[in-house]
Design a protein around this ligand. Sequence first.
Ligand code: BGC
Length: 388
Amino acid sequence: MRKKLLGALLSVAMVASMLVGCGSKAEPAAADSAAPAATEAAPAADAGSDTAEKTGAGKKVGVAMPTQSSERWINDGANMKAKLEELGYEVDLQYAEDDVQMQVSQIENMIASGVNCLVIASIDSGALVNVEEQAKAAGIPIIAYDRLLMDTDAVSYYATFDNKGVGTAIGEYIKEAKKLDEAKANGESYTIEFFMGSPDDNNAHMLYAGVMEVLQPYLDDGTLVCKSGRTSFDDTCILRWSQETAQQNMENYLTGFYADEKLDIACTAFDGFAYGCKAALEGAGYTVGEDWPLITGQDAELMATKNIISGYQTMSIYKDTRLLADKCVTMVQAVLEGKDPEINDTEQYNNNKIVVPSYLCTPVAVDQSNYKEIIVDGGYYTEEQLAE
Ligand code: BGC
């Protein structure tokens, strides 16, 4: 049922993306997104004060975003657009619906249309090397947004969240919630399966490294048991962060390995994966409050936060996209106005060509115990949105 509904939503999104491809500007069409309730999902864009100096007047910024199929990118795009416009910049915001070639041509078009700066959240950054060269040749600076742009020296700055920190936060959450040290001392064990991110996204590799930094010792000593045996990044990564693949993988794991013993933990790297796992678990007869496993996620999407409240998801990683947009805007100003953006990492993000000066925002684990304080009091979602 759910799969069908999702399929229908996705086809709507695909049609929308085709229309986007033929049209001019791709405004975030939240209603067409596969992320349920995305229309009301966007946090207040926080465009800043009305008195902001219009230092961007006469300049145009191209913002290339990966997809509208997940809510976070809709919020990211909306925040970036609002904040840049507040400063007087003209903004060309485009979504490529996880189509690598579409993103390449969107960026080519931005270059041809004479943008002064590019902000890119890549789908597969390996595919962007040539177009980034074109931008460099045309004197257009590039800022990497959330995902590192690999194999290029054409990128000036990188605004992101601490991606390895996301992984360690997920690992630590599982360790604490399941009291793994105590379990180990008592000779107890928990079953676990992994659902990791897209192999063409540098963030996914860093997240995996963070998760395993915490959990690998417990896999090694048998406190955590992965019955499918799939614990490596290569065996657990999911191309283009597909919710459907996560659901399919979970269905396969449940029928193949958990007929006699329940799954205790679904360690997933993305709220979309958590939705896929939820559907598979419901299909297999798991019940919240009885045998429902601990499920992790990332992004604290509106849907995920509702699922946390109702118990269908245990935790997520909250990433305040308003903050990320703020940091990114300071980078745009830096490259266009000769200002110095705030940087807090000059070591971790080597893209195989250069170490990209970065600002890492801090990800925060949220669950039933703190979502009110972090998410509601922080003004990200209102109680009303969460109650709908
Ligand atoms: C982002 C995550 C997001 C994932 C899927 C990653 O690059 O850092 O926040 O969940 O992409 O969209």
